[in-house]
Design a protein around this ligand. Structure first.
Ligand code: C2E
Ligand code: CA
Ligand code: CA
Length: 415
């Protein structure tokens, strides 16, 4: 094999390993593919190097003598521009997978694991495939600015808060079956403010009811706009668990449905539980009233926090949404895949529709369809769009079969 030219612009690899033989072997592979490498035999040396030099790749052995590789992952996560991390270890596969998950959760999005003894071809592949951009997004000033309840009230009065709609797709056929209404805030002074920021504030300040009713009105308008062409479109609206203890909420929702002249069957309420329900019997009361009206109830973020099995058994949910933290990497992580497969089986046992959220790749779509997951949502289909853009998107999606690179319907049809 002809030697690759190495110069100061060649990619730089930090090899962290307390086994010098193994370090030398990795260094050898690096030079064969034209990379520069630096070797660190201890955590301390690696920590010093990481803080002073920009590396493109870091290979790290999980067992690093007294200090372990996990501490090093945290150091990498704190960097402004993060290298691709290749975790190498003789530990069992589940430990390797958990280390990669930890890396992802701390923000090192480009981390993979390779078992020991190292397979040279796999290491070479990990080093030459294009790293994903792991740089820390510059947090806009608005995220750091303190947003107050008064800002939120003003925004509501000024109509700055609106709904954007993300399509829900039947995975087996590729057809649009509904959408989720997601709250957006475009502030003229603060710029766009994410719901992760203003929804918790609204829950604390009490503005959440006004926000929810505002989103609901927009959602019902969308159903009316699609009504003639697509009467089966179900629009989902998020309802904070805190609102379930509001004894008037089911009547408020019923009234808005009547005013909009929309069938309750076109509405799905997604219960987002970030906090424990204040009063379980009041919550049950509300859920039952909504179901009796014919409105669907979905358990959002299944598998996390308070969206638990006991709630599933007790409450009248008809849809289960598997949290995107399980979906986004389920094809690369056997443990996550088991959670997804079990969730689909549980939903089936309760006669509930399963929705996978956070589908970002065609392969994930295909695998979930084969598993029997009913509906999907995610960037592979579309991000959330404003009213008009959503309608235009649906028209285009329904008119043309899924674009090139996306599956033919028969590929996905369930056996
Ligand atoms: P959620 O209910 O779990 O909504 C789904 C979130 O996942 C949305 O984030 C959506 O943009 C994002 N998402 C969808 N597909 C993908 C994907 O393929 N990849 C990735 N990485 N993300 C994807 P968003 O809009 O930022 O909303 C965040 C959360 O804010 C929502 O999570 C929900 O809990 C809350 N929220 C939004 N609107 C409302 C609302 O009107 N009322 C209440 N109570 N909560 C709301
Ligand atoms: Ca939701
Ligand atoms: Ca969710």
């Amino acid at each position: 094999m002809p030697a690759c030219q190495i110069d100061s612009s060649s990619p730089l690899v930090l090899i962290v390993d307390d086994d010098r033989m193994q370090g030398r072997l990795i260094g050898e592979i690096c030079s064969r593919i034209g990379y520069r490498s630096v070797f660190a035999a201890s955590y301390e040396v690696a920590a010093e190097l990481i803080s002073t030099t920009a590396f493109n790749y870091v290979t790290v052995d999980l067992a690093l003598g007294e200090r372990d590789g996990i501490e090093l992952l945290r150091l990498v996560a704190a960097l402004q521009v993060r290298p691709r991390v290749i975790v190498i270890s003789g530990c069992e596969q589940r430990i390797l997978n958990a280390a990669v998950r930890l890396a992802h959760s701390t923000g090192v999005c480009d981390a993979i694991a390779l078992p020991k003894p190292i397979e040279l071809a796999a290491l070479r592949k990990a080093l030459i495939s294009k790293p994903c951009d792991c740089s820390v997004p510059q947090r806009p000033a608005r995220d750091q600015a303190v947003i107050t309840a008064a800002d939120l009230d003003r925004a509501l009065r000024n109509g700055e808060i609106y709904a954007a709609f993300q399509p829900k797709i039947a995975l087996a056929t590729g057809k649009v079956v509904g959408c989720e209404a997601l709250a957006r805030w475009d502030s003229p002074t603060l710029g766009p403010v994410g719901p992760d920021l203003f929804i918790p504030l609204a829950e604390r300040s009490g503005a959440i009811k006004a926000v929810t009713l505002q989103i609901l009105r927009s959602a019902l308008q969308l159903v009316r706009a699609t009504g003639r062409d697509d009467p089966k479109l179900v629009v989902a609206v998020n309802l904070s668990a805190t609102l379930l203890s509001d004894p008037a909420i089911s009547e408020d929702i019923g009234r808005l449905l009547q005013e909009a002249e929309v069938s309750p069957r076109a509405l799905m309420i997604e219960i987002t539980e970030t906090t424990a329900m204040d009063d379980v019997s009041l919550a049950m009361d509300t859920l039952l009233r909504l179901r009796i009206k014919g409105i669907g109830i979905s358990m959002d973020d299944f598998g996390t926090g308070y969206s638990s099995m006991s709630k599933l058994a007790q409450m009248p949910f008809c849809e289960l949404k598997i949290d995107r933290s399980f979906i986004s990497n389920c094809l690369n992580d056997a443990d996550l895949w088991k959670v997804v497969a079990s969730s689909v089986a549980i939903a089936r046992a309760y006669n509930m529709t399963t929705v996978a959220e956070g589908i970002e790749t065609f392969e994930t779509w295909q695998a979930l369809a084969t598993l029997g997951c009913d509906v999907g949502q995610g960037f592979v289909f579309s991000r959330a769009l404003r009213h008009d853009a959503f309608l235009a998107w649906c028209k285009q999606w329904n008119a043309a079969p899924p674009a090139k690179g996306l599956p033919e319907p028969q590929v996905l049809r369930k056996a």
